[in-house]
Each structure stands twice: as structure tokens, then as C-alpha cells.
Design a protein around this ligand. Structure first.
Ligand code: SME
Length: 164
């Protein structure tokens, strides 16, 4: 695995294009889920100036806090609650331009203004985690983020055991 990350690009499309092959290399051959997720959150935090980026892992009927970069966060989120629990329940990426306008938003940090949550699937297509990213700015996320972050998490499916 590479031991350094090259951060380049004058806009987010270019930054994602620089990040994605490096992120793939970071997790290639790594079989430990936490190790891979931890390095991915670090790579995201090194590339972008976000407030918080991290994973919540599906455990029973809850999401439980996994590897992240940023301030301390809520540890458990019920199915269907908040942006994270809604993205899990609806099995789709949610882009929230203004968290105060999202009914049921869970404010882990009062500094968060906008958010994107991307479901992570196992090889059988089940949602097994979500990637959650928060920004201190309103309207930070759009279809560019959704497309690249979905491509990023698609590489994670082989790290999750497929349940029967
Ligand atoms: N805001 C999220 C909770 C997680 S924190 O942002 C890290 C939500 O509404 O699900």
C-alpha cells in the first residue's frame, strides 16, 4: 500500500479524480475492515476541508459509529432516524443542502450545515454501512460528490462478510 497521499486538483472533480485511484490502492489487498475504513476516512480528510467524515456500521437495527475523522459524534443511530438512518432505510444516497431543513436531522455537531450520506453494500447488495460527511458550509454537496463517493464505497463490498 502507498504510504503517502498526493492531494491535487483545483476543484472537487479534479480532487476526486486524484483521490479515487489512490484510495483503491490504499485498500487493495487489505482484508481487515476497520483498517481499510480508517485509512479511507484519513484520505478523505486529507483531500477535502470537511468538518467530519466517517462510517457508521449496520449492527442489528442500529448504525454504530465506526472509523471517522473529525469531532466526537453520536455512537448509535436507529434505522430510519436522521440522515444516516434514512439513507440506510431508503437505500440511497441523501444530499442535504441545509441540515436544519431536514426533519429529524441528528445534530452531532452544531457546526454542521450540510451533509451527504452514501450507503455501503456487501456483495449481496445489502446495506452494511453508510459513509457520512458533514460540512460547516451550506450546500457543500451535489451530484459530483454522490457519484464519486458511490464509486469509492463500491470497492468496500468485498470487506464485508455476506450474511445468509
Ligand atoms: N447528522 C447525522 C448524524 C451523524 S453525525 O453527523 C456524525 C444524521 O442526521 O444522521
Amino acid at each position: 500500500m502507498a504510504e503517502s497521499l498526493i492531494v491535487e486538483g483545483s476543484n472537487k472533480e479534479e480532487r476526486y479524480q486524484a483521490l479515487l485511484p489512490q484510495a483503491e490502492a490504499l485498500i487493495a489487498g487489505e482484508t481487515d475492515l476497520i483498517a481499510a475504513l480508517a485509512n479511507l476516512t484519513a484520505a478523505l480528510a486529507m483531500t477535502f476541508d470537511w468538518l467530519w467524515s466517517g462510517f457508521y456500521l449496520v449492527k442489528g437495527e442500529q448504525l454504530v459509529l465506526g472509523p471517522f475523522q473529525g469531532p466526537i459524534a453520536c455512537t448509535r443511530i436507529p434505522h430510519g432516524r436522521g440522515v444516516c438512518g434514512s439513507a440506510w432505510a431508503q437505500n440511497r444516497t441523501l444530499v442535504v443542502p441545509d441540515v436544519d431543513a431536514f426533519p429529524g436531522h441528528i445534530a452531532c455537531s452544531s457546526a454542521a450545515r450540510s451533509e451527504i450520506v452514501v450507503p455501503v453494500h456487501d456483495a449481496a447488495g445489502r446495506v452494511v454501512a453508510v459513509l457520512d460527511i458533514d460540512s460547516t458550509e451550506l450546500d457543500s454537496f451535489d451530484a459530483i460528490d454522490a457519484r464519486h463517493l458511490e464509486a469509492l464505497v463500491a470497492h468496500l463490498s468485498q470487506l464485508f462478510p455476506v450474511a445468509n
